[in-house]
Design a protein. Structure first.
Lengths: 261, 291
């Protein structure tokens, strides 16, 4: 019996990034299929964020290819793609959720304006419909509709993070990059945010790459896991498999370092 | 006069500025960097406009300067005197007779002709500046035509004020390509940006020159459901009774007294000379009783 393999949404081939003599990440390859959530874990300085930034086009990798399944041309290498095309992807099919909400939000623009920016960037020119989708998205990330004209600076940390997510998902992206989305939030807010993210990812059929050092986050969200150390990928596999039966010494250390309450 | 090179600047500097002007005209709305010189006036007083005027003037030109539409304010008077002294060109207060008009914050009411040049003084040439402080980023946004952010500003206006409250320096798109700051002219003047005369914009402190060639398409940005509106005070001029000109509101006393007058003094004067008279106009000089 033969099975038709679906095309990967993102295919990473041998991505290298060095900072002078220091290694950012070395020879990273993996495939991400539609609807799949991939977790990248590792300690600080292990190259997780460097890798994510290379994939999202924020950094220029020194070598390798990042193939993305575009809507019109199939798999295209985003590293060699022209900059206008890459930036267009960055505000349509891709989304990037920063660790610090203030990096991903315009703090001097109201919540509604923040959500509407991507819509206006792709040509939305009807105030009424932009505002309606802003309000709809505030509702989906559990922020009260009455806050639509408030600035993010008047929001709590958890609300800012949820606003950032709404702002990113409003154009219906297919691939979401998340860099420590729950970092700096207290545990109860983290739990709500994870709940929300899990709901949105399943509901919209999103693919996501989540960088985190928090194993609980990947346990809840990720289908597959990639463990990084000193710029190298040391172990990959299904999340439960990696976490419950770690093979590499570093992964074992990582899993056993988690405090059990 | 002989103590200065013609129009104050040396010939090499004028050539450099003319190159920037020509490039600006070739790419309507694009901000061309130029090596702005120190001028004998403070930044913010029209150093950019003065350099563009100096590079554009010829000995046969007739020069007019307006500041907020008026010929008789400090800025206008001092720049006019500056070129009378350093270039020895003829000056005028009549829009009709001028070949080069330097302006701050207004477009004259009278339609300009193909043989005229309008020079704007620009404080901040970058329309995206208040939303995106990084110059590298705004340049990239211009080159890639990423202008969604401009609409975010208009969105904020509507969500806060119920309408597009930006009333001056209203952003425009030139020839379907570059988004441009038309300098702080009232949005009432925006429709006049499509005109027969050459329009040059000089920003001295920011070191940018840009231009709109004659008959170039200039569209004010807006939303489908909140279209652009060229607004003005809903009143007639109290001196010349004009209903079609942009009005200044003048507070007369501390009891709420006020009057509306044309901001374009030359337009107002010519209308009064033609016999128009507004609600608060003084009677003709002949009937004035000496004190």
């Amino acid at each position: 019996m033969t099975r038709v393999e679906p095309n990967p949404l993102l295919s990473v081939r041998g991505v290298d990034k060095t900072y002078g003599a220091r290694i950012g990440c070395r020879d990273v390859s993996f495939d991400l299929y539609p609807g799949e959530v991939m977790g990248i874990v590792g300690e600080s300085g292990s190259g997780k964020s460097t890798l994510l930034n290379c994939l999202a086009g924020h950094l220029d990798p020194d070598g390798g290819a990042v193939l993305f399944d575009t809507r019109d041309r199939g798999l295209v290498d985003t590293v060699t793609m022209s900059e206008p095309e890459r930036r267009m992807l960055g505000r349509t099919d891709w989304a990037f959720v920063h660790q610090h909400a203030r990096d991903g939000l315009r703090m001097s623009v109201s919540a509604g304006g923040n959500i509407g920016e991507r819509l206006m960037a792709v040509g939305g020119r009807n105030y009424g419909s932009i505002r309606a989708s802003a309000i709809d998205w505030l509702d989906r990330v559990e922020i009260d509709e009455s806050r639509v004209d408030d600035r993010p600076s008047a929001f709590s940390g958890g609300m800012q993070q949820r606003l950032q997510i709404a702002r990113n998902l409003v154009t219906g992206p297919r691939l979401v990059f998340m860099d420590e989305p729950t970092g700096g939030l207290d545990v109860s807010v983290q739990a709500r945010l994870l709940d929300l993210l899990r709901g949105l990812v399943r509901e919209m059929g999103l693919s996501a790459i989540i960088v985190t050092h928090d194993l609980a986050v990947v346990r809840l969200l990720a289908d597959r896991l990639m463990v990084m150390k000193s710029g190298h990928v040391v172990e990959t596999g299904l999340t439960d498999q990696v976490l419950d039966d770690p093979q590499h010494a570093y992964t074992q250390l990582l899993v056993s370092s988690v405090l059990q309450v | 006069m002989s103590d200065y090179n013609f129009a104050y600047l040396d010939e090499q500097t004028k050539r450099m500025i003319r190159r920037a002007i020509l490039k600006g005209l070739a790419i309507p709305g694009y901000q061309v960097p130029f090596a702005s010189r120190e001028m004998p006036m403070p930044y913010g007083w029209g150093t950019g406009g003065v350099q563009v005027s100096a590079a554009t003037l010829t000995p046969d030109d007739t020069f007019k300067v307006i500041d907020q539409g008026a010929d008789d304010t400090t800025n206008a008077v001092s720049i006019r005197k500056f070129f009378e002294r350093t270039a020895g060109v003829a000056t005028t207060e009549e829009t009709e007779k001028a070949s080069i008009i330097q302006t701050r914050h207004r477009i004259p009411e009278a339609a300009l002709r193909e043989d005229q040049i309008l020079v704007y003084q620009v404080p901040i040439p970058e329309p995206l500046r208040f939303l995106e402080p990084r110059e590298t980023e705004t340049r990239k946004m211009h080159s890639l035509e990423e202008y969604g952010l401009m609409h975010v500003k208009l969105y904020e206006d509507i969500s806060q004020h119920g309408q597009i409250a930006t009333s001056y320096a209203y952003p425009v798109k030139v020839q379907d390509r570059y988004v441009m700051d038309p300098s702080p002219i009232p949005k009432f003047d925006n429709p006049k940006l499509e005109m027969a005369a050459i329009q040059l914009f000089g920003a001295g402190r920011e070191q940018r020159i840009y231009a709109v060639p004659p008959y170039t398409k200039v569209v004010s940005l807006d939303f489908e459901d909140y279209p652009f509106e060229a607004s003005k005070a809903d009143h007639a001029c109290d001196l010349c009774a004009a209903r079609d000109s942009y009005l200044d509101e003048v507070i007369m006393d501390d009891a709420g007294g006020r009057m509306f007058v044309c901001s374009d003094t030359d337009y107002c004067r010519s209308r009064r000379e033609a016999g128009h008279s507004g609600a608060l106009a003084s009677p003709a000089p002949a009937q004035e009783v000496p004190a």
